[in-house]
Design a binder for this molecule. Structure first.
Ligand code: ATP
Length: 362
């Protein structure tokens, strides 16, 4: 089972650079999601890997084969890859069994009986036994997507490419299919690239997530890495909710903003340097009457500006005393403080994550 290596991939449409030197390594048997806002180049990357487009610069390698470069592109049918699209792309005039068998019929040397057995086996894997004679028009969206998955897997591809495969499904089914795709990946362990703009989907399905911004990978890591250790303002804001506070490094492990003084876990900041801190709303504790904040924590005071009940949480906005900073704080219900009331907050130094401000910050 080979991996995929993408080196310095650049693709232009006229003056627009859809990809600008994109680098990514997908290990053998790994599922990596390409996650990012609309127009950041996710589909373009997938189409280049599939061999539908030629890059202006860079290379795509699968194992020890270079499949794409500016001078040579191996055609899609010779790449040993399968692709699953948002639209399912099933043949409407073929039954479920014929759709799934389609790829196998193009493969030389697979006898009819073996083909039929493989199709049956695949339909069982995607839980569509008994649907063999139905036409796509007689299936729900989720069932059609399962047929598309079976059709892709039946040819035993080396690489699987999925382009927003769940976005046409309703919210409940989408959530169920995430677990299904993860289960299939754990069963077959095919090296997979999965395009999505849905953060939760990427986090559930992937071994690692590559966050794209303006045609480049800006950070790649496990869901936990990206959430706990974002490297840029963009990733911190894109993966989950966060508070971003511009501060100045004052002394080892301490940053300030006017009268606000915070201890942070990182000690190597250059005094006087501008730093952006990311503080997740759920990492900020409300210190209620009668409680004492731990001496290890940063203790802050403020006034509640807004308290919104969200069912499983309360989302507060709290203006810090003597400061222009307002923090979002997420706490378990019920609401303990109301707008206009004074409140004390406690934040651990390790919850104040300094970001590496770089050229991708926006
Ligand atoms: P989305 O989440 O909206 O599908 P994406 O991240 O998949 O977005 P791409 O489809 O890869 O983004 O497009 C990247 C950029 O390239 C966009 O600015 C898009 O408008 C542009 N683009 C894509 N295909 C073409 C094309 N055939 N001709 C011209 N521009 C294109």
């Amino acid at each position: 089972m080979p991996g995929v290596t993408i080196k310095g991939l650049t693709k232009r449409y006229g003056d627009l650079a859809a990809l600008e030197g994109l680098d990514l390594r997908v290990e053998p048997g790994e599922l990596v999601s390409l996650l990012g806002p609309s127009g950041c180049g996710k589909t373009t990357t997938l189409r280049l890997v599939a061999g539908f487009l030629r890059p202006e610069a860079g290379e795509i390698w699968v194992g020890d084969r270079c499949l794409s470069s500016p001078t040579s592109v191996v055609p899609p049918e010779r790449r040993r890859m399968a692709m699953i699209f948002q639209s399912y792309a099933l043949w409407p005039h073929m039954t479920v069994a014929q759709n799934v068998a389609y790829g196998l019929r193009l493969k030389p040397g697979v006898p009819k009986a073996a083909r039929e057995a493989r199709v049956k086996e695949m339909l069982k894997v995607v839980q569509l036994e008994g649907f063999e004679s139905r036409y796509p028009g007689e299936l729900s969206g989720g069932q059609q997507q399962r047929v598309a998955v079976a059709r892709a897997l039946v040819v035993e591809p080396e690489i699987l490419l999925l382009d927003e495969p769940l976005s046409n499904l309703d919210a409940n089914l989408r959530e169920e299919m995430r677990f299904e795709i993860r289960r299939l990946h754990e069963t077959f362990a095919i090296t997979t690239l999965y395009v999505t703009h849905d953060q939760a989907e990427a986090m559930v399905i992937s071994d690692r997530v590559a966050v794209l911004f303006r045609g480049r990978v800006v950070q790649v890591g496990t869901a936990e890495d990206l959430f706990q250790r974002p490297q840029t303002r963009f990733v911190a804001e894109f993966i989950g909710k966060t508070n971003l506070v511009d501060v100045i490094a004052a002394e080892p492990g301490v940053v300030t903003r006017g009268a606000l003084r915070l201890r942070v876990s990182l000690t190597g900041l250059m005094p006087g340097a501008s730093v952006v801190l990311s503080i997740r709303p759920h990492e900020i504790g409300l210190v209620t009457r009668g409680q004492c904040a731990s001496p290890e924590h940063n203790v802050l005071t403020g006034v509640v500006q807004r308290a919104s009940y969200l069912g499983d949480a309360v989302d507060y906005q709290i203006r810090l005393s003597g400061s222009d900073v307002a923090l979002r704080v997420t706490a378990a219900p019920p609401a303990l403080v109301r707008p206009g009331e004074a409140v004390t907050l406690a934040v651990a130094p390790e919850a104040c994550v300094p970001l590496a401000e770089g050229r991708f910050a926006c």
